[in-house]
Ligand binder design. Structure first.
Ligand SMILES: Nc1ncnc2c1ncn2[C@@H]1O[C@H](COP(=O)(O)OP(=O)(O)OP(=O)(O)O)[C@@H](O)[C@H]1O
Ligand SMILES: [Mg+2]
Length: 405
């Protein structure tokens, strides 16, 4: 009888027999039943609302380490991603954030890390002409790096100068190649060791000598010597440190923000290719980038090729319709193994249902979920998720003005 009572849910042990148990044996008594999306290692994304098990997942073990996060404003996107950042940092993953809203400052202050505020008056500079240092043992042929850089710069010019005509583009292309070659960087020898990388001013000087480039010069001038010159016209003077690095672009005006985000993507891409590490790049409010074809293409290129370099890209957006409306947006979704959908507005639910093949029940969940609740897709697995932070974590990541004192 004492034995029977001891096994009942009364917390009464009348037998008093103790013995040691191995942790493996002990773990089988853990009261979470299902192991779907519970991996042995990885980080905790939340609670599986279908069966109360834990969603533990290592994004680097999937086909690609990319993730998309969709929800309406205030749905808990940044919160969920910050939680992931905190937990990833503990496992030694480096995290880089493009932050258009100054939302990640507290996080940097708490965990230590680098916060780079890109604005017209700051001293931090990134030079869009930078080239990556070629990694040994990769199949990069000579000229590949430079060719890539020229294409990226042409994209950047489209953003800076407004869409260029085909003839302007070809002038620019020649000018960019000449600018590099004046510094000894050519298609046959694009190793930058010991060489100086050109800056915007060098390109401007080359353009001044070219026929038909007058219009380009006029439009470029404000970035070289004019009002916007602070941001784009000097050699890079920052270093990507380990751990967490956040680039804030909130203080730039609406015209410059997408340009700076493009430039930052280019910078991150260069660093990624120069040293292999496990990294996550978070692009918050990604509609800033998706609204321009050139930067949308660039982001997609990065998402597609990231895996090879150990990079996982997290794309966050509230503008589901716009995002899905662009071919690059759709392609980013298909190239992301993990998809986190939180509370949605009725306006965007049909688009989502279409793209993610949601069942009626899933649709219902997304429309009616509370902040931090939604669906978590990894590959073919679909589960309901509740994103849950500990008290300490919540203090660090909340954007609710009442929650932080
Ligand atoms: N899982 C959660 N648990 C508790 N609070 C949460 C959770 N998710 C979000 N919140 C709170 O809800 C508010 C909005 O969250 P968050 O800033 O992440 O939204 P968002 O989707 O990024 O919105 P926006 O599109 O406006 O940037 C914040 O105050 C945040 O602290
Ligand atoms: Mg946010």
């Amino acid at each position: 009888e004492q034995g029977f009572v001891a096994t009942g849910p009364f917390a009464r042990d009348e037998v008093g027999v103790y013995r040691n148990i191995s942790t493996k044996g002990l773990s089988t008594t853990f009261p979470f039943t299902s192991n779907s999306l519970s991996q042995d290692d990885g980080i905790l994304y939340g609670i599986n609302t279908h069966n109360n098990s834990l969603i533990i997942f290592d994004r680097f073990r999937t086909e690609n380490a990319n993730m998309v996060v969709f929800a309406k404003s205030g749905g808990g996107k940044s919160f969920a991603v910050k939680l992931e950042i905190l937990r990833s940092l503990m496992l030694g993953t480096d995290v880089i954030v493009l932050d258009p809203e100054n939302e990640y400052k507290t996080l940097v202050d708490t965990v230590g890390g680098t916060y780079v505020n890109i604005n017209l008056n700051s001293n931090e500079r990134i030079n869009p002409f930078d080239l990556p240092r070629a990694l040994k043992d990769t199949e990069t042929k000579s000229g590949d790096l430079l060719r890539g850089a020229v294409i990226n710069l042409l994209g950047l010019m489209n953003l800076m100068l407004g869409k260029c005509t085909p003839s302007e583009s070809s002038i620019l292309e020649k000018a960019i190649i000449t600018t590099y070659s004046l510094k000894g960087i050519t298609m046959t020898d694009d190793d930058i060791s010991g060489k100086e990388v050109p800056i915007m001013k060098d390109l401007y000087s080359v353009l001044e000598t070219m026929d038909g480039a007058k219009g380009i010069c006029e439009r470029l001038e404000k970035y070289v010597t004019g009002i916007f010159s602070g941001v784009f016209s000097e050699p890079t003077n920052i270093n990507l440190t380990d751990g967490l690095v956040v680039f804030s672009v909130r203080d730039l005006d609406d015209i410059l923000r997408p340009i700076a985000m493009y430039m930052l993507l280019g910078y991150v891409w260069n660093v990624t290719r120069s040293s292999l590490r496990k990294r996550v790049l978070v692009v918050d409010e990604a509609w800033n980038i998706m609204q321009h074809e050139d930067s949308a293409k660039f982001l997609f290129g990065l998402v597609k090729r990231a895996r090879k370099y150990g990079l996982g890209v997290t794309t966050i957006t509230q503008d589901v319709e716009d995002f899905m409306g662009s071919p690059e947006g759709k392609a980013i979704v298909t190239n992301s193994s993990i998809q986190l959908l939180l509370k949605q507005s009725p306006a965007s639910i049909d688009v989502l249902q279409n793209v993610f093949k949601l069942t009626e029940q899933e649709k219902y969940i997304l429309l009616n979920s509370a902040v931090g609740q939604g669906l978590f897709f990894a590959g073919t697995e679909h589960v309901g998720i509740q994103v849950l932070a500990s008290y300490f974590e919540e203090q660090v990541i909340t954007t609710n003005p009442n929650a932080t004192k």
